[in-house]
Design a protein around this ligand. Structure first.
Ligand code: ATP
Length: 573
């Protein structure tokens, strides 16, 4: 396909505000796409070169792009800067400046972009510039507009993963194929790979799709219930595991090669040198297992809080951190062992194998667990766990399989909560902010507009304004981070009746607590026909930022509805 044709689709997608039209346009695009380019077209459409767990960085700043535009258009940088000043968008500036005639194919453009990303080391800036100005010289004005936006990470077509899956199913002429495509996606987290498998081998190949070492499996999640009694009533005899408040890791081992993926499926191997070493020594040729990494005081045996563990999320000084705050790894699931897929096996079998795998390891140990059918026993251990700094318990169905990418009653969490608070914290995604008055005005941000995720429509729906729980320093930090993702108007995937002072791309997740969930006409989350949605009463931030979560990992509208129903049940009791 010619890149210009793909850009024509981008323009159509950008021009529509209706999700249904977007599905149709995308499915038309996929129908027309050849198997040797479908993966690349999907990545490009989502503003990436590869799935996020590869995340190659282009490394082109605004300044460099201005230089490349100047070279490609034979105009002085000053002229480019003036146009940029007038348009406020380097995409539009590129459109005005560039006018090439070469009609490149999608694969050619992709290869050039990849070459830019793969160039590193000494002298790389000049080499990157060479690639980029060459590419810009060749393309037409409208192609240049989208290339410029892509390069700066500002190609915001509003296409999330569920939208791609829906459109892929439609492109095969049947919406009902979506769950099977989703299953494959949950096993590899790579939409390009799923689409390529579909285009080359049809639905038969998708049905045969299995997990593979090196591709992160979308993580299984917990449902919640308000009490131990409810848990036993739902599950019968169950395994009760300690709930560790750390950094969830999925470890992939192939011989001596170890990769570690985070909750939002980013490659975080470099953050955990001691876990990588420990995983190498495990008695398995191949394995995929999950657990929580936690900072641990070796002398007192104490577990440190989440914020201490989180300090590992940095680029430099990791080895020093590893010395100061060594980590322990509490393994709670086994997904693959020596070529055998364990995700379909019952919990008990996975747990037994996991225990034998990690036995005797100095860093990796199996999560604390006991089996019971007595709610009183859960309550007793719950108190004891919480006293030792754990978050609560996760109950697991003994015959439950590992359900990749889904939240269901195979796992149920019970967390400590305080009087007058919701039984669980809520992860919200920031979609905009308010400047704030009085003392707050000096931070430039007084409250965040928070939303939850609706996977059905692949949009973010507002649920609250959050203005408390932040320290002064956090406010300043939030402002700097949000400044980088500010957009002129509401993001296409945000559904809001509230007008924020400043809109941002949905990216950052904040954990909040609240007194309760109420019904409110202000917010769009869970709106009924009368226009009444759900809102948080007295929300306050408890973890001002969750770098381990992506926008789509925020809690969902359905969960908010369920939590509201549960809080009523508790009140009645
Ligand atoms: P939370 O904000 O409560 O950590 P979450 O949204 O990350 O929740 P949930 O499915 O609600 O995810 O809770 C499960 C989380 O609890 C997992 O993502 C994992 O990080 C953590 N966890 C800690 N101990 C365990 C355990 N023994 N088994 C499963 N998950 C555990």
């Amino acid at each position: 396909m010619k890149f210009k044709r793909l850009v024509g689709y981008f323009e159509r997608i950008e021009a529509t505000a209706k999700r249904l039209d977007m599905f149709d346009i995308l499915s038309e695009l996929f129908k027309e796409t050849q198997p040797d380019e479908i993966d690349r077209i999907i990545y490009l459409t989502q503003g990436q070169l590869l799935p996020p767990f590869h995340a190659p960085e282009l490394g082109i700043s605004e300044k460099l792009l201005i230089r490349a535009l100047s070279e490609a258009s034979n105009k002085p940088t000053k002229t480019v800067e003036e146009i940029f000043k007038a348009t406020g968008d380097l995409g539009e500036s590129a459109e005005q400046l560039i006018n090439g005639k070469e009609a490149l194919g999608v694969n050619q453009v992709y290869d050039e972009l990849m070459a830019i990303a793969e160039t590193s080391g000494k002298g790389s800036v000049n080499i990157k510039m060479g690639f980029l100005s060459g590419l810009l010289r060749a393309v037409s004005s409208v192609e240049a507009k989208y290339i410029a936006r892509f390069i700066l990470g500002r190609l915001r077509l509003g296409i999330g993963d569920p939208t791609v899956l829906e459109a892929l199913a439609l492109s095969e002429g049947d919406r009902a194929l979506r769950p099977e495509l989703e299953r494959a996606y949950n096993l590899c987290s790579d939409l390009g790979l799923v689409a390529k498998t579909l285009k080359t081998g049809g639905m038969k190949a998708i049905e045969k799709f299995r997990i593979r070492v090196g591709y992160p499996i979308r993580m299984a999640l917990c449902e919640r219930l308000p009490s131990s009694e409810d848990i036993i009533e739902k599950m019968g005899r169950a395994a009760i595991e300690a709930k560790y408040d750390g950094f969830r890791c999925q470890v992939h081992k192939k011989g001596d090669t170890i990769e570690i993926f985070s909750r939002n499926l980013e490659r975080t191997t470099k953050m955990f040198p001691e876990i990588r070493e420990a995983a190498r020594s495990l008695p398995a040729r191949e394995a995929i297992f999950e657990g929580e990494a936690l900072a641990y005081n070796e002398i007192t045996g104490e577990l440190f809080p989440f914020q201490v563990t989180m300090q590992r999320k940095r680029k430099h000084g990791i080895e020093e951190m590893a010395k100061e705050y060594p980590l322990r790894f509490f393994a709670f699931d086994l997904l693959l062992f020596d070529g055998e897929d364990y995700t379909e096996k019952p919990y008990s079998e996975r747990r037994d194998k996991l225990v034998s795998l990690v036995k005797g390891n100095a860093v990796i140990e199996a999560a604390r667990m006991f089996e019971t059918s007595d709610p009183k026993e859960i309550t007793k251990h719950f108190e004891e766990f919480v006293e030792t700094g754990l978050e609560g318990v996760v109950a697991k169905r003994l015959d439950g399989v590992y359900t990749a990418g889904s939240r269901n009653f195979n796992w149920i969490k019970l967390k400590r909560s305080y009087r007058g608070e919701l039984a669980d914290t809520i992860d919200v995604c920031v979609v905009g902010y308010f400047r704030g008055r009085g003392a707050r005005a000096r931070f430039g941000v007084g409250a965040l507009l928070a939303a939850v995720y609706d996977s059905e429509s692949d949009t973010f729906k507002t649920v609250s304004k959050v203005g408390t729980g932040f320290t002064d320093e956090e406010f300043l930090q939030v402002k700097t981070m949000l400044d980088e993702i500010t957009i002129k108007k509401k993001h296409p995937r945000v559904d809001s009746e509230v007008e924020a002072d400043v809109w941002v791309t949905p990216r950052y997740v904040v954990t909040v607590t609240a007194d309760e969930i109420t019904r409110s006409p202000m917010h769009t989350a869970g709106r009924d026909l009368e226009g009444v949605g759900y809102a948080l009463r007295f929300p306050r931030a408890v973890d001002f930022l969750r770098p381990d979560k992506s926008a789509e990992d925020a809690n969902t509208v359905d969960e908010i509805i369920k939590m509201e129903a549960q809080q009523k049940q508790v009140k009645v009791k």
